[in-house]
Design a binder for this molecule. Structure first.
Ligand code: IPE
Ligand code: IPE
Ligand code: MG
Length: 251
């Protein structure tokens, strides 16, 4: 931890909601002649680093893309290993997360997960439900398209039964029907390991996020890499469709 850099960073607004596509575990392991699972295990250390650092910096929400619906198509032994890693990590980290006031949430089709994972997640969420620090949101069996379709179906059902008028289906109502309804939109998206794509993650919630792509593979992504990403974010001009001059006059 570098407290002087952290002190500098918190002088300016840090992102309220950071989302991370934790990518590159498999390639990182392969480069070392190790099985892909070795990279996933090492990646857990980065998760711990990111959660602790975001907590210290006062980030409100951290959403981690841990497993996509597309990832079910990977070889079964890798899928099994990832599910087991989820359970063992929750077991090992829960006390520390709780101590640090982290509140755990999930988004995605979690009913697809093995029962042991669902149980561990439910217990961890219940255990941390009253915590007031960082909101840690795990995207598991997640697909943004699925979530958008599900939201549309929910609203359509409400309209069909007269619980909502079609004209009342606006941006806010739609947001309210997504699984991320209780979280603010993402301000900074970080993807590690050099791929410049979104891979079906938070399509609605990223509408005005700042995107940051790092070449560093997830297992090596450090506190300093996170500081650099946040500094980069703080130096950007977020215009939201306006002109620079308008923004200056608003201050
Ligand atoms: C990210 O690393 C972890 C998950 C998707 C579960 P990858 O497993 O995608 O690693 P690469 O991209 O193949 O190197
Ligand atoms: C995205 O990474 C999903 C997660 C990080 C969980 P992938 O490695 O699965 O995505 P693609 O295949 O590069 O798009
Ligand atoms: Mg990948």
């Amino acid at each position: 931890m570098d407290s002087s850099i952290e002190q500098q960073l918190v002088q300016r607004p840090v992102p309220v909601h950071i989302a991370m596509i934790m990518d590159g575990n498999g390639r990182w392991a392969k480069e070392r002649g190790m099985p892909r699972v070795f990279g996933h295990r090492e990646g857990v250390n980065t998760v711990r680093r990111m959660v602790e650092t975001c907590g210290r910096l006062g980030v409100g929400y951290l959403t981690l893309y841990a497993f996509s619906t597309e990832n079910w198509g990977r070889p079964q032994p890798e899928v099994n290993a990832l599910m087991e890693l989820l359970v063992s990590t929750l077991r090992a980290e829960l006390a520390k997360l709780h101590e640090n006031q982290v509140r755990l949430h999930t988004i995605g089709r979690t009913a697809d997960l093995p029962v042991a994972c669902q149980k561990e997640l439910d217990e961890s969420m219940r255990h941390t439900a009253n915590n007031t620090g960082l909101n840690l949101i795990l995207a598991l069996s997640y697909s943004a398209k699925w979530d958008i379709v599900r939201a549309a179906q929910g609203l359509a059902k409400q309209a069909a039964t007269g619980h909502i008028a079609i004209d009342d289906i606006d941006d806010q109502a739609f947001k309210g029907a997504l699984s991320t309804c209780n979280f603010p939109d993402v301000e900074l998206l970080i993807r590690t390991s050099g791929e410049n794509r979104i891979s079906n993650f938070l399509l609605w919630e990223l509408a005005y996020a700042e995107l940051y792509f790092s070449k560093t593979p997830w297992p090596e992504f450090s506190e300093h890499d996170l500081y650099t990403a946040i500094q980069d974010f703080q130096n950007r001009e977020r215009r939201f469709g306006k002109t620079s001059e308008q923004l200056i006059n608003e201050i």
